[in-house]
Design a protein around this ligand. Structure first.
Ligand SMILES: Cc1ncc(C[n+]2csc(CCOP(=O)(O)OP(=O)(O)O)c2C)c(N)n1
Ligand SMILES: [Mg+2]
Length: 562
């Protein structure tokens, strides 16, 4: 692993270093700027997925980083490739996902002339990444690649951009490989854990909220054990609900968009919040309304792997700078005398969660997305991975689908549209044996719909559900609230998505009523082809508990009375 080599190019050294660092998959759109890397990848043993758009490639890499906790990797070309990919970089930043994007750069001899597709990466990506670097000296390539892994995955994880001047990649190097990177975990101190024990002992009404990244499956198991031992109620943060088993009797639900009002009330009534791994950002904090900033009245314990995140918005009563894995391991050793009131409170919270998610709400039109989510939760295997992007259709996923397995929900906390399609491709590449679903809005889907061609190319039997309400529904909802009746730029004229699937060589079906869904789904599975199920949703069905016309009428009535 460490033998010095003199006959390889910088590109070959880079790819060898990726292999050493455990990379199994890379996602790319090719460019002439990094041909030497493509050549080195060819016989490397790394699986290369070619994509149709760099935004898709970057989102696939982000999805891998999110699912595995190890940096997801993409390669894109300079200028337009890099700017196309920025959508995925921003997701990795907001979602705290380890990711490394390698990008081609013009030859060093013409830099700073605004040569063809030249871009100043540090300026463009500086505020979106943890680190952006351009490698000039080919003999430092393994040093920089190794650092990229440490930086992307350490502390609060995030994206790293590494620019590769074309001539640098083809130069011969004598540099050694770096040893494989190892994730750096930070452990809580004994004093902090003792203080946590005191705060718990004083608390009558505590709540744990799990979030963020850097969780392992075994840490997830341990937090269940701790909850069992103590009877403490556990909630999850926005799009982090796979951190706790939904049918566990201590599970209180997830704090996201359109959460259970009873959970929100519970958070407000808690006398101690233990926030493990997350940041309690704008969405889970319900627009920063759950706690006051900078000094929350509720006692707050904030455990986070990134030192700079602690005290950023809320001054915690107890700050614990630790990775979720090590914090949970320390919890296993913490002596806690359970207060019977905790388990009673948790049982009530879980009953509220079950009641909120049990039965689909009635909907206008013949396709009820709530009933479809409930059918899916009852019929697909527990390890099915569901990917989605952004749009009101996701409200039915959050409310009615139940994520039973760790990392079975791959969706952006940054609510970036166009994510569900590339994420599903990445997940099926990673887990060929598992069922992978991609649930999309009609607007959402066509932001990355071209990647369906990649699913066909690699014969990935993903099942794509397109919830077609003929509009950018979320924005139309806000439009009706703020400017009732004044529709502008939110209507969409859609193709037949089932025919779109067939045109690409996949399977397509259209669903006009809820009862048609099971047969369409089974036919999609039986086809073993990438499939699209086109759901014709009534545009009035805007949220599980509210219609679009109701929102408009209330806004018009309010306008008359004010
Ligand atoms: C990349 C991106 N662009 C724009 C938005 C703003 N936005 C949020 S939801 C939404 C509409 C989503 O429409 P659709 O996918 O059809 O889902 P629906 O709300 O109709 O269910 C838009 C435009 C966004 N979140 N991400
Ligand atoms: Mg829509």
């Amino acid at each position: 692993m460490h033998e010095p080599t003199s006959s390889r190019t910088a590109a070959a050294a880079l790819v060898e270093q990726l292999v050493i660092d455990g990379v199994r998959h890379v996602f790319c759109v090719p460019g002439e700027s990094f041909l030497a890397v493509l050549d080195a990848l060819r016989d490397s043993g790394i699986t290369v997925t070619v994509c149709r758009h760099e935004g898709g490639a970057a989102m696939m890499a982000e999805a891998v980083g999110k699912c595995t906790g190890r940096p997801g990797i993409c390669f894109v070309t300079r200028g337009p490739g890099a700017t196309n990919a920025s959508a995925g970089i921003h997701i990795a930043q907001q979602d705290s996902t380890p990711m490394i994007m390698f990008v081609g750069q013009v030859e060093t001899s013409v830099r700073e002339r605004e040569a063809f597709q030249e871009l100043d990466y540090r300026a463009v990506f500086g505020s979106m990444t943890k680190w952006t670097v351009e490698i000039d000296d080919p003999n430092r390539i393994t040093e920089f690649v190794s650092r990229a892994f440490y930086t992307a995955s350490g502390g609060r994880p995030g994206p790293v951009v590494v620019a590769l001047p074309r001539d640098m990649l083809s130069r011969r190097v004598t540099v050694d490989n770096a040893p494989p990177y190892e994730p750096v975990e930070t452990s809580p101190g004994e004093e902090e854990m003792a203080r946590l024990g005191e705060l718990l002992a004083e608390s009558k009404n505590p709540l744990f909220v799990l979030g963020g990244s850097r969780w392992s499956a075994s840490a997830r198991g341990q937090i269940h054990e701790f909850a069992n031992r103590t009877g403490l109620p556990v909630a999850t943060s926005y799009r982090r609900s796979t951190l706790f088993y939904p049918l566990h009797p201590l599970y209180a639900g997830d704090l996201g968009l359109g959460p259970n009002p009873k959970l929100v009330a519970r958070v407000k009534a808690a006398d101690l919040l233990v926030l493990v791994g997350g940041r309690l950002g704008e969405i889970p904090s319900q627009g920063y309304s759950l706690l006051s900033s900078p000094s929350p009245e509720t006692k707050l314990v904030h455990i986070h792997p990134g030192a700079e995140e602690i005290g950023r918005v809320y001054r915690p009563h107890l700050a614990i700078h630790a990775s979720p894995n090590r914090f949970v391991a320390a919890l296993m050793r913490l002596a806690v005398t359970p207060n019977p009131a905790w388990r009673e409170g948790a049982a009530a919270a879980h009953a509220d969660f079950l009641a909120w998610t049990a039965i689909a709400t009635p909907q206008p039109g013949d396709v009820n997305l709530g009933e479809i989510m409930i059918w899916l939760r009852d019929h697909v295997p527990a390890d099915t991975i569901l990917c989605n992007g952004a749009g009101n259709y996701a409200s039915w996923i959050h409310r009615f689908y139940r994520f039973r397995g760790f990392m079975t929900h791959i969706a952006p906390t940054s609510a970036s549209m166009g994510y569900g399609m590339p994420a599903a491709i990445a997940m099926q590449r990673l887990h060929p044996e598992r069922l992978v679903l991609s649930v999309n809005g009609d607007g959402d889907f066509l932001m990355s719909g071209q990647e369906f061609a990649i699913a066909v190319q690699y014969r990935l039997p993903i099942i794509v559900v397109v919830c077609d309400n003929g509009m950018y529904g979320t924005i139309r909802m806000h439009q009706e609230r703020e400017f009732p009746g004044r529709v502008c730029a939110t209507e969409l004229h859609n193709p037949d998505f089932d025919a779109y699937a067939r045109a690409f060589g996949g399977f397509g079906a259209v669903v006009h009523k809820t009862s048609d869904f099971p047969a369409a789904f089974e036919a999609a599975r039986a086809s073993r082809l990438p499939s699209i199920i086109h759901l014709r949703i009534d545009p009035d069905a805007i949220l599980p508990a509210t219609t679009l016309s109701g929102i408009r009428e209330r806004a018009l009535a309010a306008a008359v009375t004010t």
